[in-house]
Design a protein around this ligand. Structure first.
Ligand code: FAD
Length: 412
């Protein structure tokens, strides 16, 4: 089989793969990206957090993202029964951008990948990574759509394959998530929202009125469409069966109509595609990195969609891993645990605290509290804006203890 020698081979051209490729290329490293699909391709995960704009800027893609016509985003709104609260991301504790975008991922991911190619990165679409030999120097076996195989020798492999989870599968790194298995049913809609008070600049998270374990996202795009989805345990989503013919459009509309606010807001909405189902998406791994590979974004741990942290974690992981990797390629010894896994997990664990507190309702009690302390709100707002690695924020450095204190205060 023909072979190729590079410094770094990257599996997948989603946000983590494209950004990592761009950052390495800018440091003069020989990089190749293998992407199984052709872009544009659908992906879920359309609500970005401001923190990821810093990484987009580092990769020199900021102008392209800002000029693409995406929906401006400046915060998040939460609704439960007659309670409504919102976070303005510009009113936050941590420094850094306070606004971002709500993006159709097919367009956004293609834009990032195209920018990387413009910078000189080699992305090969229709190329699927099938196996890896890691005993000596890493070697990938990559198959194209004509069933031709390419052997790729690389000094290092970055797995940015998202839910494809290529290296966790091939190297037996899978570890079950401690979060219970949940499902999401979603679609794009022509929203036809007439309510003048509806704020298109924020993601709206609505809680089911009778079951706080079930929630909905509504993410407006810039062209009169929205992404809408419902999340719950499989048995909680009414009408959902494991039957292949299960009518997911019906599941989604039934669930939407159980939340009076959404039912009213979306009274004239039209579904655009067939609704889709994703289940059991939370995942974890035993090892995030060694001196031969690192897992980026969703190929590592994926928690939960409620705080829209996925793309931000994906991009942060790309920035952190490539920083360590450039040093290693330049001859330094790198302790991957210390320089990558531990610092990355700091932010992931902050989000974990909040995800767990969302589902046991403590976080919901805290945000729907009538009289929040403005300073505390700014610190929590920072985390919701993605700044989950800022250890100057006490709600990051001691995320559990601080959140517990706030919850206690709200509940007493
Ligand atoms: P991806 O974007 O998934 O890219 C991986 C790429 O790898 C794909 O293009 C794939 O084709 C390619 N690939 C896979 N296998 C192979 C192979 N063998 N060879 C070559 N290429 C391969 N995140 C947010 O930030 N905001 C949200 O609002 C949000 N909502 C979500 C809602 C739900 C229900 C779920 C489940 C997730 C949500 N997420 C959200 C998370 C988000 O989808 C992911 O975190 C994000 O897409 C991860 O990016 P990535 O670069 O790691 O992987």
């Amino acid at each position: 089989a023909p072979s190729l020698n590079v410094d770094v081979a990257i599996i997948g051209a989603g946000p983590s793969g494209s950004i990592a490729a761009s950052l390495l290329h800018a440091q003069g490293k020989r990089v190749v990206v293998f992407e199984k699909q052709h872009f544009p391709r659908f992906s879920i995960g359309e609500s970005l957090l401001p923190c990821c704009m810093t990484v987009i800027e580092q990769a020199n893609m900021q102008n392209a993202v800002e000029q693409a016509g995406f929906q401006f985003k400046n915060g998040a709104a939460f609704k439960y029964q007659d309670k409504y609260t919102q976070f303005d991301f510009t009113d936050k504790f941590s420094p850094g951008p306070g606004t971002t975008f709500q993006v159709e991922r097919a367009t956004f991911d293609k834009l990032l990948a195209d920018e990387a190619v413009k910078q000189g990165v080699d992305i090969r679409y229709g190329h699927s990574v099938e196996s890896i030999d890691i005993d000596t120097e890493p070697c990938l076996s990559v198959t194209n759509e004509n069933n031709q195989t390419l052997r790729v020798n690389a000094k290092f492999i970055l797995d940015a394959s998202g839910f494809g989870r290529v290296l966790p599968r091939l190297l037996d790194l899978e570890k079950p998530s401690t979060l219970p298995s949940r499902s999401a049913v979603f679609n794009h809609i022509r929203d036809n929202i007439s309510d003048a008070n509806f704020d298109r600049n924020k993601i709206l998270i609505s809680v089911h009125p009778d079951n706080q374990d079930i929630w909905y996202w509504l993410i407006p795009f810039s062209d009169g469409r929205c992404s809408v989805g419902v999340v719950g345990k499989e048995q909680q989503l009414q009408g959902l069966t494991s039957d292949a013919n299960c009518d997911l459009n019906n599941v989604l509309t039934t669930m939407i109509n159980q939340e009076p606010g959404l039912e009213k807001l979306l009274a004239n909405a039209e579904l655009i595609n067939e609704s889709a189902l994703l289940k059991g998406y939370s995942a974890n791994v035993t090892t995030l990195a060694t001196d031969k590979f690192a897992l980026l974004g969703n190929a590592g741990e994926f928690l939960d969609p409620v705080f829209s942290s996925g793309v931000t974690i994906a991009m942060q992981s790309a920035a952190m891993a490539t920083k360590a990797l450039v040093k290693q390629l330049d001859g330094q010894h790198i302790d991957w645990q210390k320089e990558y896994s531990v610092p990355l997990m700091k932010g992931v664990d902050t989000f974990r605290t909040y995800v767990e507190a969302w589902y046991d309702c403590r976080f919901q009690d805290a945000i729907f509290f009538d009289d929040p302390d403005p300073k505390v709100k700014q610190m929590i707002c920072s985390i919701l804006a993605g700044y989950a690695w800022d250890e100057n924020n006490p709600f990051v450095s001691e995320s559990k203890r601080r959140l517990d204190m706030v919850v206690e205060l709200c509940r007493s």
